[in-house]
Design a protein around this ligand. Structure first.
Ligand code: GLY
Length: 254
């Protein structure tokens, strides 16, 4: 069960956020604010107490709070984003988390890791080796997890931004999988819920207290997750998709 979430309201600078998309265009700030509020409302409906942080204009991608910290039951780990323009975001989140948690650890140079590359499955954490997360960052985080009685292992990825761009763990051994992860032998022990390529954006979804939150507009994904026995809640996050951001990136849940 999760009881809390931390989110950060997008700033007007969101239009300058990182994006690989050639076709989706720039996010609309006003629309992003509306979608962000709906996202908060959905988390609240799922029983979470949501801490809403002020916008941080200096960092256009700072609404994607998941990338800058990992909150585990035993410790908090401040990451070190692989994207240089996002590195300063860690000081903003560290300030907040230090007021709430003990056992704060941090990834150090030359390690890089972003939370979108970390998938929790109970007390095991899969770490995606991506353009943003390097082997040194993965080694450091696995060492920290081990120190606090948890474990970690790596998965290499080639085609998507983050590990959770194409994978989401839904509890009860159910794993949403898409694209390059469908045939990944290190994920063979799970019940796969396969997402077709044309709905790949919806592979980033989040389990929150028995429900699964998915982006609006992906009917096959919705049906497959429903068939696996979960109530599905849809929310519109198109403005964040324009910056390669998924549902999970918008919150830290604990
Ligand atoms: N725009 C989110 C990211 O690339 O990190």
């Amino acid at each position: 069960m999760f009881t809390n979430a931390i989110v950060r309201t997008p700033g007007r600078s969101i239009v300058e956020g990182l994006s690989d998309s050639k076709t989706l265009g720039l996010p609309n700030y006003e629309q992003a604010i509306i979608q962000h509020q709906s996202y908060i409302d959905v988390l609240t409906k799922c029983g979470l107490d949501v801490l809403v942080l002020e916008p941080c204009e200096e960092y256009p991608d700072s609404t994607f709070v998941e990338d800058v910290a990992l909150i585990t039951p035993n410790c908090v780990i401040i990451t070190r984003p692989g994207a240089p323009s996002r590195r300063g975001e860690v000081h903003e989140i560290e300030f907040v988390l230090k007021q709430k948690f003990n056992n704060i650890e941090a990834i150090e140079a030359p390690g890089t890791i972003e939370g979108g590359d970390i998938m929790m499955v109970g007390d095991h954490y899969y770490i995606g080796l991506s353009e943003r997360t390097n082997i040194e960052g993965a080694k450091q985080i696995i060492q920290i997890l081990t120190k606090y009685g948890m474990s970690g292992s790596t998965i290499s990825l080639k085609k998507v931004l983050h590990l959770k761009t194409g994978l989401s763990y839904l509890k009860e051994n159910n794993l949403v999988v898409c694209g390059e992860f469908i045939k990944d032998s290190s994920l063979g022990g799970y019940n796969p819920i396969e997402i077709p390529e044309k709905e790949s954006y919806a592979a980033n979804c989040i389990w929150v207290n028995e429900s699964v939150i998915i982006p609006l507009g992906y009917p096959t994904t919705k049906q497959r997750i429903k068939n696996a026995g979960y109530p599905v809640i849809e929310t519109d996050v198109t403005e964040f998709q324009k910056l390669d951001g998924g549902l999970s990136c918008l919150s830290l849940r604990y």
